[in-house]
Write a protein that binds this ligand. Structure first.
Ligand code: MN
Length: 217
């Protein structure tokens, strides 16, 4: 069959140590997956994982700066471990990313009982590092996440503090969606989320494993 329109081009992330690209399929996210961040957002109990998604055009590949988005005066950073899904619902690898959020739009949507869509889905809202193949790592609990703005540490957390670990997240999510190779899962942010301004230099990392930097323009 021929198609009326050409297929859109894949958005692809580099894979460390490989010439292959990781073509990004669907992008899923978990909200409030660290108790201290849930508290700073005003929620206090362990609840089932809260999933939402971002279109894959929100992905920003390494080496690309990000334009400050329209319609917000409170752009927030949320540094997160990102799981790269492989075949048969396996974990292919991981990276580090930022779930950029127009917090003022999110607060308004929450107050009005409306969807988060506009607060989470905008051009440039999902910068992600290269993907590190999982290799023989079986456990993410020793991973730390850091985010600095203009050289100052703003977020520093441990994946050991996740309410739902990556394996549990994959299990829960696979029960709700057809999880496929190429999917990415943002696994939630530790505490310390805060404001970004035009001109800020942001560096995120899982120390000794992967780092990503970008500027807000
Ligand atoms: Mn998030």
């Amino acid at each position: 069959m021929t198609f009326q329109f050409p297929k859109p081009e894949f958005i692809s992330l580099p894979i460390q140590g490989s010439d292959n690209g990781f073509s990004v399929n669907h992008v899923y996210c978990v909200g409030r997956n660290y108790a201290a961040h849930a508290r700073e957002m005003g929620v206090d109990d362990k609840e089932p994982p809260l999933f939402f998604s971002k279109p894959n055009w929100t992905i920003v590949t390494p080496g690309t700066d990000i334009d400050y988005p329209a319609d917000t005066e409170n752009l927030n950073h949320e540094v997160e471990l990102v799981i790269a899904v492989g075949e048969d619902k396996s974990i292919f690898g991981f990276g580090v990313g930022v779930d950029l959020t127009r917090r003022d739009l999110q607060t308004k949507a929450k107050n009005e009982g409306k969807p988060w869509f506009r607060s989470k889905c905008f051009a440039g809202s999902a910068p992600v590092s290269e993907i590190i193949p999982i290799g023989d790592r079986t456990d993410f609990s020793g991973f730390n996440l850091t985010l600095t703005v203009n050289g100052k540490v703003k977020q520093m957390g441990s994946c050991n503090d996740m309410i739902w670990n990556p394996g549990e997240i994959m299990c829960e999510l696979a029960g709700e969606v057809p999880l496929q190779a190429g999917d990415l899962i943002f696994t939630g942010t530790p505490e310390g989320v805060g404001k970004l301004e035009k001109g800020d230099d942001v560096v995120i990392s899982i120390p000794e494993l992967v780092e990503l930097s970008f500027k807000i323009c």
